[in-house]
Design a protein around this ligand. Structure first.
Ligand code: ATP
Ligand code: MG
Ligand code: MG
Ligand code: MG
Length: 579
């Protein structure tokens, strides 16, 4: 590709609503353009990255025996009524009507439609197993779309659905997909972890999430550095032993001193980066009697000021509640605050506060409503403020770093991740609801056993950037880069030698199958380098008159701090050797 014929459009500044690096950099590099909340155009530069993601996913899905099809984006509601999801799913499901007043949905996922296909097409056990997949636009009316492509409303997902004769066969299909996912994420060149996830009603180890490790990730993941135990927080919590948790209590011993602790203390206590958005926090410590039996818990309410920056945060124990603040049980905390001890995020009171005595409730209410910086959402309590839905920033709950790992092989650590993939055994939920059966050897109808497997195609580039960037811009792994190599000629318009050498190298690399871009726009070197560093092309060759006279070109990897001189004769092979 020649830059003059392509579309390069970079920005000096990111829009104010871009809170994380990937969002800022994708906007600045001209990869995406916002059309509405959570709705983006994939601009030519961004689309090249998305297509690379798709190509790898498609190749590995095909290799694993999955079969590609494309299902409609707009789906008649009747299928969604069969499974009850038309009514049951919340506002995330976008419902629309046609001119005849008939209901439709925009697919957030496609279990219903694929199950409809299976019940029509799969008749006999001889046709099993089958795994259908698509790479398609999805729409989810997310409560809080944010971070650009990371949590969009319209996005692209690869979704696959397996059909099997029984649970054992479904588990085998699941294992094939889990392995295909490992191959895919290995090829992307990202640091990731496959973590056990809650598989809902089915139980067992039948659901895993693929999490790209990044401090800005929305999910907390729990793992044991000394074994291969890894789970998302929900799953880890479900496995955590009931009763007093020594590690949690220990963490709470470090509870910051009201009014005195620094932001760094709080961040360390919570195990979150300093930049985390925190609005409030409920911590509780188990109180045990001499015999070690739980007697209750002491609740701390920490109100953290400031939205995006913990530097302004002040930690307080609610004044007036120090005295006569009775101990609550964990069940009470759960019931009244709708959260677990150690919960980090805005308070979402499920019920009017009865956790504390009336007098204390009044003090609490006054204090909260007096603290203007604090953004509280309270359901069922009218304290004169109509506040938006709370955002759960992080959730440490019952499992904290230092707890013994469930496999007994060490202690747990916690890090943050971005969910880029999810594999799941569904069982017969959809096939029963929609009566999707096949005939077994005895000619008897049996419900199809299903699995589903998603990859966030458009979330993936954002996750890759969170993991790979610096102050100058994006640093793409080779597999995802919009162009793998950029050839930057200096003074191409003035020097015929430079022009000839640049075009020759460009042609030679193209002939080797290298995804190369020749920057023939005639930009000054500073601006040209800044563009490609922002866009994140991993390999750069600079061709200048001076270099040519010495018989040398300059090569620099995006991560290198300085260029390397390479004899111009062998440059194409030198670059091919780097890829
Ligand atoms: P999340 O927990 O982030 O909301 P999810 O569990 O709801 O994701 P799944 O239903 O498992 O998502 O969908 C499969 C994949 O689709 C996810 O692993 C994620 O990579 C991607 N995905 C889900 N929601 C979005 C979104 N709003 N924007 C971009 N990608 C998304
Ligand atoms: Mg979701
Ligand atoms: Mg999820
Ligand atoms: Mg998921």
């Amino acid at each position: 590709m020649k830059a003059s014929r392509f579309f390069v459009s970079t920005l000096k500044e990111a829009p104010a609503d871009a809170e994380v690096a990937s969002h800022r950099l994708m906007m600045r590099a001209g990869m995406i353009k916002k059309l509405g909340t959570g709705i983006y155009t994939y601009m030519p530069m961004g689309l090249r990255v998305i297509r690379k993601v798709e190509a790898i996913v498609r190749e590995e899905m095909n290799r694993a025996g999955a079969i590609e099809l494309t299902m409609p984006v707009v789906q008649p509601a009747e299928f969604w009524q069969e499974t009850g999801r038309f009514e049951k799913m919340g506002p995330e499901l976008l419902r629309i009507k046609d001119r005849h007043d008939r209901d439709f949905v925009i697919q957030p996922t496609s279990e219903e439609v694929v199950t409809d296909i299976a019940r029509q097409e799969i008749r006999s056990y001889k046709q099993l197993p089958k795994n259908f997949y698509q790479i398609q636009t999805k729409f989810r009316d997310e409560r809080r779309p944010r971070f650009g492509l990371m949590r969009g409303r319209e996005f692209i997902m690869k979704d696959a659905y397996s059909f099997d004769r029984d649970l054992d066969a479904a588990k085998a299909s699941y294992q094939i997909m889990a392995q295909a996912y490992r191959n895919i994420f290995d090829r992307f060149g990202l640091r990731y972890r496959a973590v056990a996830a809650d598989s809902g009603a089915i139980g067992g180890d039948l659901s895993e999430e693929f999490q790209v490790i990044a401090a800005t990730g929305e999910d907390a993941i729990v793992y044991c550095p000394d074994s291969n135990y890894a789970a998302n927080m929900e799953k880890a919590e479900a496995l955590a032993p009931a009763g007093p948790r020594p590690a949690a209590a220990k963490a709470l011993e470090k509870t910051p001193t009201p009014g005195k602790s620094t932001c760094a203390d709080v961040a360390e206590l919570l195990g979150v980066p300093l930049s985390t958005t925190i609005k409030s926090l409920v911590l509780a410590t188990d109180i045990v009697d001499e015999a070690g039996n739980p007697k209750g818990s002491q609740v701390w309410l920490l109100l953290l000021r400031g939205d995006h920056d913990m530097n302004e945060i002040k930690v307080s124990k609610v004044p007036g509640l120090d005295q006569g603040f009775r101990f609550a049980t964990l069940a009470e905390i759960d019931e009244h605050f709708g959260c677990k001890p150690g919960y980090l995020g805005p308070l979402n009171l499920k019920k009017p506060v009865k956790l504390v005595a009336d007098r204390e409730a009044a003090v609490l209410a006054d204090w909260i409503t007096g603290a203007n910086e604090v953004d509280f959402h309270m359901t069922g309590v009218n304290w004169g403020r109509d506040l938006p839905e709370p955002e759960i920033v992080a959730d440490l709950r019952n499992v904290v770093a230092g707890d013994a790992s469930p496999d007994g092989k060490g202690v747990l650590a916690i890090e943050r991740g971005i969910e880029v993939g999810h594999v799941f055994v569904l069982g017969t939920k959809y096939s029963k609801d929609m009566n999707a059966t096949y005939l077994d050897e005895g000619g008897k109808p049996q419900f199809l056993e299903m699995g589903c497997y998603g990859i966030g195609i458009t979330r993936l580039p954002a996750a890759a950037i969170e993991q790979n960037h610096d102050e100058r811009g994006i640093i793409w792994p080779d597999a995802l880069a919009p162009f793998t190599v950029v050839v930057c000629p200096i003074g191409m318009d003035r020097s015929p030698e430079v022009k000839v050498a640049a075009e020759a190298l460009y042609e030679e690399l193209l002939a080797k199958g290298v995804d190369v871009l020749l920057d023939d726009r005639g930009e000054r070197p500073g601006a040209m380098f800044a563009d490609w560093e922002l866009i994140g092309v991993p390999h750069r060759v600079v061709i200048s008159d001076r270099g040519l006279k010495e018989g040398q070109l300059e090569y620099q990897h995006r991560r290198d701090t300085a260029a390397t001189k390479v004899p111009s004769a062998g440059i194409a092979d030198f670059i091919a050797g780097k890829l």
